[in-house]
Design a protein around this ligand. Structure first.
Ligand code: NAP
Length: 260
């Protein structure tokens, strides 16, 4: 299937590692231009070089999305370089474990600011370009938005708000033919997930325990499986899909617990 992403410019926040990296790679493999944002230079440059070696198109912008004005600067740089934006994947985020008993009002506010605000800012500044291209927005949320997890109020609030904003933005942007959808990963092995697993005494036993609870195949979802869904939502093949929450998670969130 030709997704029609050739030379389409797609910005992927946190596109240098984990789920974001898989989305960047998938966009580039579909002959699109992947623009990936991350704070650390090494993985961003390595991805850029790797794509180049494969004769694919990718461009790294090193920036901290939580620093004032950076979202505005990123969009300005992309417009200056490519003159267009066809897709935005809001993905950067971190389950930072700021809860009720292990948090504070200040830590909660910081967590929400860091996990949520740049989702709004990136779309705010990209909007004019997305109106021109009738582009597509994909928000990477989390199953935590719907299931809760415990001990992570700031992250849960941010992920829930991302779903609310997916519906809100899908509504507001109907007149411009801009579609907005959300993906809710559950258990995907990434650098972030690995560092969380490593907080347990026996990480591989913990991983097995989690996998046993995943109905389809008793395995984790791969970052590439999330990426395939993302590029489908970015492409015109999903032209009549908007405001949706999609859970590529092997049935982890929605199927009957008695199945596992
Ligand atoms: P990851 O492995 O930590 O990758 C996160 C990416 O975001 C990295 O490229 C990181 O690069 C970048 N990043 C983080 N904060 C940033 C900031 N302030 N400014 C710029 N770049 C930033 O995370 P992941 O597991 O792929 O998670 C990606 C998204 O999926 C997150 O929104 C997460 O909540 C969601 N999710 C993941 C899972 C899972 O199982 N993995 C489950 C549910 C939801 P630098 O560190 O260099 O900045």
């Amino acid at each position: 299937m030709d997704l029609g992403l050739k030379n389409k410019v797609v910005i992927i926040t946190g596109g240098t590692k984990g789920i974001g990296e898989a989305i960047s790679r998938c966009v580039a493999e579909e002959e699109g231009i992947a623009v990936f944002i991350g704070r650390s230079e090494k993985p961003g440059k390595a991805l850029e070089d790797d794509l180049k070696a494969k004769k694919l198109q990718g461009y790294f912008i090193q920036a901290d999305l939580n620093k004032t004005d950076n979202c505005k600067k990123i969009i300005a740089e992309v417009i200056e370089k490519y003159g267009r934006i066809d897709g935005l994947v809001n993905n950067a985020g971190r389950n930072d474990g700021v809860g009720l008993e292990n948090g504070s009002p200040e830590a909660f506010a910081k967590s929400v600011q860091e996990n949520l605000f740049h989702y709004y800012e990136m779309l705010y500044y990209a909007l004019a370009a997305l109106k021109e291209s009738e582009g597509s927005v994909v928000n990477i949320s989390s199953k935590v938005a719907l299931s809760g997890q415990g001990g992570t109020s700031g992250y849960a609030a941010s992920k829930g708000a991302q779903l609310a904003l997916t519906r809100e933005w899908a509504s507001e942007l109907l007149p411009y033919n801009i579609r907005v959808n959300a993906i809710l990963p559950a258990e995907v092995m990434t650098p972030l997930y690995e560092s969380w697993l490593n907080t347990f005494d026996n990480p591989s036993a913990k991983q097995k325990e989690i996998e046993q609870k995943i109905p389809l195949g008793q395995r984790m979802t791969t970052a590439e499986e999330i990426a395939s869904m993302a590029v489908f939502l970015l492409s015109n093949k999903s032209a009549h899909t908007t405001g949706q929450f999609i859970s590529p998670d092997g049935g982890y969130l929605h199927l009957d617990r008695s199945l596992t």
